[in-house]
Ligand binder design. Structure first.
Ligand code: ADP
Length: 498
């Protein structure tokens, strides 16, 4: 493939031009080695198109572009202008919302109605960080009368950003927003399963007015381009969202190269705890959304459901009824809630976990099978009769599969809630304020929802306790990832030592 774009069509947005090159220095270019890879439509298992693949050499070129921009014009750009550019980008996301959402659905398989929410959240996030750009402030620290000391919050430099395929554009915005607000430059690698949306959005970077080299977007594989970013000697920071297994490799690569700063947003096995005094219908609705939203492909998915024993039987019946109503099918159909899993690899992984659960003696309440014979569709699956040591209760499945079990009292709820190596999110359903606060405080998780689930917002920090990550994304907290503190101490008095 030699072209840098192809004409594609989606059912909701019609024909459009899909860039296929690597976006470096504000231009789409081919990879140095001329490699390409295929992008598969998870609904049909057919090839959508091919895109250019970045290898180590292209990572070097992208990093050099980002370095040149960082040390040159971008360093001198005013915070106000950085903010304006991010707001321009946010506006362009809104202007192109239907197209971006359709490309996400085509590439990732998520329902187009959900993808539209993702895109408006991208715009919200970029605009929010546009607002932060001119509010990053240092302070003056008084020590002795003959010194004047201040601290500056300076950008870190060239940031490598490696994102996953479950929310391709939302992760793009979560990463780029704070990095740019703080004055850094970026080389972002999309996930190999979902490069298309990132490239359409790359085209908007130039339109928004960013100088060349400030934001570079490359497509490529984790073991090649991702690893090259993580171990690059001229990347000052790496931000990664993905599996815990790869998170460990990123940390090792950073440690083994230039000790670049590392932030990680990793996996989870989040508990969703329902007390007997909860509003049952409300709780069921959130529990259903907690696990089956985005086909269970959420790092914070509420995959372990614990229900207080007095309401357990009733809850299971009603939950089954509710989950059976989730419409699984064509992401472009109006009523679809759950599309296909993203890839054959993920599909196989999830089906293996389902088999593991069955073999271990867990009871399938609903689902447990693929849906149809084309596309990576899996029926919403609920396991009961599980024990805490089962793989399906301990390991992240990243699919529409959950376990449900009962607990006796608050103490047991807290104990089982905290019984995995993960600590990304959790939820508590109760009408009792004391229970809500006591249990939320005791759960070892970066986010706890009370009487809701998955209600992430760009103003609120998000990230993991335990093996679910390092650092926080979103909110003011994300600025810490992308700034470094410089202390300047000015001597006002005479020389101290003569
Ligand atoms: P998943 O298992 O859900 O596909 P991964 O953690 O493998 O998630 O992938 C998330 C992102 O990390 C993707 O962009 C992928 O290309 C990248 N990645 C995978 N392996 C590596 C690696 N060894 N080094 C750097 N990036 C990687």
């Amino acid at each position: 493939m030699s072209d840098l774009s192809v004409q594609l069509e989606t059912p909701t947005s019609g024909k459009y031009t899909q860039p296929t090159g690597l976006f470096i220095n504000n231009e789409f270019v081919k990879g140095v080695d001329g490699k390409t890879f295929e992008v598969i439509n998870p609904s049909t298992e057919e090839v959508i198109t091919s895109v250019h693949e970045a290898t180590e050499k292209d990572v070097d070129i992208a990093v050099a572009a980002a370095r040149k921009a960082f040390e040159g014009p971008w360093r001198k750009e005013t915070p106000e202008n950085r903010g304006k550019l991010l707001v321009n980008l946010a506006n362009l996301f809104e202007k192109n919302l239907d197209l971006l959402a359709a490309v996400e659905s085509l590439d990732n398989g998520k329902a187009v109605s959900m993808a539209k929410v993702d895109i408006s959240m991208c715009a919200g996030c970029l605009r929010y960080y546009g607002g932060w750009a001119d509010k990053i402030e240092g302070k003056v620290i008084d020590t002795t009368p003959d010194t004047f000391n201040y601290i500056r919050k300076e950008p870190v430099g060239v940031c490598g950003q490696i994102i996953p395929w479950n929310f391709p554009l939302l992760m793009w915005a979560w990463k780029i927003g704070p990095a740019i607000a703080c004055g850094n430059t970026v080389v972002l690698k999309s996930a190999e399963q979902t490069p298309l949306g990132a490239l359409v959005a790359a085209g908007l970077i130039k339109e928004a007015g960013f100088p060349p080299g400030v934001i570079n977007i490359i497509s490529g594989f984790g073991k090649v381009a991702g690893a090259a970013i993580a171990s690059h000697m001229d990347v000052d920071k790496v931000a990664f969202t993905g599996s815990t297994v790869v998170g460990r490799q990123i940390m090792k690569a950073a440690a083994g190269s230039n000790l670049k700063k590392v932030t990680l947003e990793l996996g989870g096995k989040s508990p969703n705890i329902v007390f007997e005094d909860a509003d049952i219908d409300n709780a069921i609705s959130w529990v259903n959304f907690g696990i089956f939203f985005n086909h269970g492909q959420c790092c914070c998915a509420g995959s372990r459901i614990y229900v207080q024993e007095s309401i357990y039987d009733k809850f299971v019946e009603k939950f089954k009824e509710r989950a059976s109503k989730n419409v699984v099918g064509d992401p472009f159909a109006k009523d679809t809630f759950q599309g296909p899993q993203v890839s054959q690899v993920q599909f196989d992984r999830i089906m293996n976990y389902i088999k593991e659960g069955k073999d271990a003696g867990a009871k399938v309440e609903i689902g447990g099978t693929r849906k149809g014979d084309k596309g990576y569709f899996i029926e919403p699956t609920i396991f009961s009769g599980v024990t805490e040591d089962m793989k399906i209760v301990q390991e992240e499945i990243f699919g529409p599969v959950c376990s449900i079990s009962k607990f006796k009292d608050k103490e047991e709820a807290i104990r089982v809630g905290n019984s995995t190596t993960y600590g990304l999110a959790a939820a508590v359903h109760t009408k009792n304020l004391n229970t809500a606060i006591e249990v939320s405080n005791a759960l070892k998780a970066g986010t706890v929802w009370v009487n809701s689930y998955n209600t992430l917002h760009h103003q609120m920090p998000f990230g993991g306790f335990k093996e679910s990550g390092i650092g926080r994304e979103l909110g003011e907290a994300a600025l810490d990832n992308y700034t470094q503190t410089k202390t300047v101490s000015i001597r006002l008095g005479d020389a101290l030592f003569g």
